[in-house]
Design a protein around this ligand. Structure first.
Ligand SMILES: [Mn+2]
Length: 269
């Protein structure tokens, strides 16, 4: 059986697949009550008082932080490493350092997913943006490595961003940077759209796999759509996966029910 986790957010967010967004106390209480092993925390700014309060509350619980998500810096604040503006790059670097510091207590992988942003303009501009993203991740990675925090690149489907959509593209980027603490977090919802084979892509991620968002085809809890999670669990066992399976799911029909569905399914694997 894999370690399990559910994704919560202290801040209300426009990024929908989070449970109890804006009410971390109820989110954490529910994760404890349902006996999850951990929580993924989606953080905008670690300097916010509610993030500090959440950190203290997790430390006094039996839960750990499985993973830390960073997309709100782009979705809420418009900070993206594609930017040519040094002020935005500096602001995002400060933000990422603070998030890595938050994660350090648990050595929880920090996810580089939606925060990447979107490439815009003509092909030459897009190439420059992509190389700024690569250099930024290299800098975040050097900082994270010093604290023993892994960074996990998350491939995201084409309807949400236009670069690094597949595991193979994430592994290419990791190869170009060549840092030991860089890995991949896969999300079965995105994989279901982009990958030729979910099982083969998981095998390809193999030793680089730092986390798995185990989500169904409709972004609901695993078991509520048509992905075959039993064959994925077999592959995860075969590759010796030691990380978390994480419910990063829509709060449908409501957060509580979705959390119950997720944990029941995780235990059935
Ligand atoms: Mn995800």
């Amino acid at each position: 059986m894999f370690k399990n986790s559910m994704a919560i957010s202290p801040a209300p967010t426009s990024f929908a697949p989070l449970l109890f967004a804006g009410d971390w106390r109820l989110g954490l209480a529910t994760a404890i009550e349902l006996e999850f092993d951990g929580v993924e925390v989606s953080i905008r700014d670690p300097h916010d008082q509610m993030v500090k309060d959440l950190k203290a509350a997790i430390q006094t619980s039996d839960l750990v932080v499985s993973t830390v998500a960073t997309g709100q810096s782009y979705y809420t604040d418009g900070l993206s490493p594609t930017s040519a503006d040094p002020n935005i790059q500096a602001k995002l670097l400060d933000r990422m350092k603070a998030i890595i510091d938050f994660a350090a207590l648990w050595k929880a992988p920090v996810i580089i997913g939606g925060v990447r942003g979107i490439l815009e303009g003509d092909p030459i501009e897009q190439k420059a943006q992509a190389s700024r993203v690569l250099e930024s991740i290299r800098i975040y990675s050097e900082y994270a490595e010093a604290s023993g925090v892994p960074l996990a690149i998350e491939p995201i489907n084409r309807y949400e961003t236009n670069f690094i959509n597949t595991v193979s593209e994430a592994l290419d980027l990791i190869g170009q940077i060549g840092s030991e603490n860089l890995g991949v977090i896969t999300d079965t919802f995105h994989m279901n759209i982009e990958e030729v084979s979910l099982t083969e892509s998981l095998r390809m991620a193999g030793p680089w796999l730092k986390g798995v968002h185990l989500v169904d085809s409709n972004r609901k809890a695993a078991g509520q759509g048509h992905i075959d999670f039993h064959e994925l669990a077999t592959v995860l066992s075969e590759i010796g996966y030691q990380g978390f399976i994480i419910a990063e799911i829509l709060p449908l029909p409501d957060s509580r029910t979705a959390a119950e569905q997720a944990i029941a399914f995780f235990r059935s694997l």
